[in-house]
Write a protein that binds this ligand. Structure first.
Ligand code: DLL
Length: 432
């Protein structure tokens, strides 16, 4: 079902017109209501009248995460606090959290884009949706929650963690849709197996997975282990939360809710727009948000935009699965490495589990990478020779994929810590 056919199937000209009009209004409002934005525009010699259509978007200044930190906590808001009805925040790894604020209309719009996403995934009114993303300052739980209610399906607001209870409710309540991080979905499958619960005995049919990168191989793994269709959903709190884009049933890129969030792809070094369809850093401008609109926010996520026709009939532009961020790219002995490349290799091998931890140290002047990999129970033999052969096989495969040598350490199943939220796969001990 297409939730909002008029918008989701609009022609490019119609979408251009909607975006242009909304962008003009947003720029005007931001300029007159937020000092920090006004200053940035003035520094570029810009006044709102310079923005007359979507094609002028690249004249606008970028916004980056540190702008939010510098204006902590509420300095990026463009409405009085009396209009703000909710805040969320993302913790990040360093310093103060980044805070975002929503008016009542913003919450309604958010529910609408999550509802569209769920409908794209094939969820309908009769579904029972277990929301196992964290509730709280993180946008995952509440974002999926209100979108599900707005669709008219039943929501189970269990939040993250408490794995035994998750499985119990799936069995007793007949959960048909699970929403959580892809790494937690794999963990759920693992625990179910231990408990002797087969996916066939459950009612699950769809998974709404996002909040962290996951490869095509990981999709296959989850779909086989849980016997479901695994759908990728993308979002970030600075823009709204989950529901910025989502895959449809054809699973060929995530349709961006372009009438609210305008995507651009830039070269992260030159900051210039890339050629049509090329890979680069994803940038978003929101054009309907009231509480905290954001202009040209640099997400750090790497992807490309796909303008081809989609079989589902939607015309919303698609973004390719995000497999890395400019800031999770590791530079090891001068070579660029994304953790997702390791995941892809491990999932292509039948002997390993997709659970791994990369530990990077600097010995003298040399970067040394240790990779801990979990081996499947049946392959974790006592015979040192067999394990050594496997270790060598993994080492060779990774070396030929990444182009650097690493030390592989095989560990028993379940050695690497599982999380209910975003997985942590890298420990970088280098002091650079
Ligand atoms: O993770 C919002 C969300 C919740 C999305 C639930 C999907 C489902 P933040 O905590 O602000 O918001 O983190 C945003 O997470 O810039 C990406 O790097 C990453 N991310 C989110 N979704 C995906 C995805 C939520 N589907 C950051 N694939 C983003 C890859 C993703 N990375």
């Amino acid at each position: 079902m297409i939730w909002n056919e008029k918008i989701e199937c609009a022609s490019r000209d119609e979408m251009d017109a909607i975006q242009s009009e909304r962008l003009i209004q947003t720029v005007k409002r931001i300029y007159h209501s937020n000092e920090s934005y006004r200053k940035k525009m003035q520094e570029k010699g810009l006044v709102p009248g310079d923005i007359n259509s979507i094609r002028d978007i690249s004249k606008l200044p970028f916004t980056i995460k540190s702008d939010l930190r510098d204006n902590y906590p509420f300095g990026m808001f463009t409405t009085p606090m009396s209009e703000i009805v909710r805040v969320h925040a993302s913790s990040g790894t360093t310093g103060k959290p980044t805070v975002v604020g929503y008016t009542r209309n913003d919450l309604q719009m958010w529910a609408e884009v999550v509802t569209r996403s769920l409908a794209m995934a094939g969820v309908h009114k009769n579904d029972i949706v277990q929301v196992a993303y964290g509730y709280g300052l993180f946008t995952g739980g509440l974002g999926l929650h209100y979108g599900t209610e707005n669709l008219g399906a039943t929501v189970i607001p269990i939040s993250g963690g408490n794995t035994d209870k998750q499985i119990l409710l799936m069995q007793d309540f007949g959960t048909s849709v699970i929403a959580c991080t892809p790494s937690y979905a794999l963990y759920l499958a693992e625990v179910m197996k231990e408990m002797g619960i087969t996916p066939e005995s459950l009612n699950l049919r769809i998974g709404i997975f996002g909040a962290e990168p996951w490869s095509e191989n990981m999709r296959k793994e989850i779909e086989t282990k849980l016997k479901i269709k695994a759908i990728d959903i993308y979002g970030l709190s600075e823009v709204i939360g989950p529901g910025v884009s989502c895959e449809c049933e054809y699973q060929c890129g995530m349709h961006v809710m372009e009438d609210h969030f305008i995507p651009e792809i830039i070269n992260p070094e030159t900051l210039e727009p890339v050629e049509h369809g090329e890979m680069g850093e994803l940038v978003f401008s929101t054009v309907t948000k009231e509480g905290m609109p954001i202009l040209r926010y640099r997400t750090r996520d790497l992807t490309r935009l796909i303008y081809d026709k989609c079989e589902c009939g939607r015309t919303l532009v698609r973004m390719e699965k995000c497999l890395g961020r400019t800031d999770d790219m590791l530079i090891i002995r001068g070579v660029n490495v994304f953790p997702s490349q390791i995941e892809t290799v491990l999932l292509e091998m039948s002997e390993t589990e997709p659970h791994y931890l990369l530990i990077i140290d600097r010995e003298e002047t040399l970067d040394v990478v240790n990779l801990m990999v979990e081996v499947q129970e049946q392959f974790f033999s006592d015979e040192i020779k067999q394990l050594e052969t496997l270790r060598k096989k993994i080492t060779d495969r990774i070396q030929s994929t990444l182009g650097i040598s690493i030390r592989v350490k095989l560990v028993e199943p379940k050695t690497i810590e599982r999380t209910a939220g975003k997985a942590k796969r890298v420990i970088d001990n280098r002091k650079i």
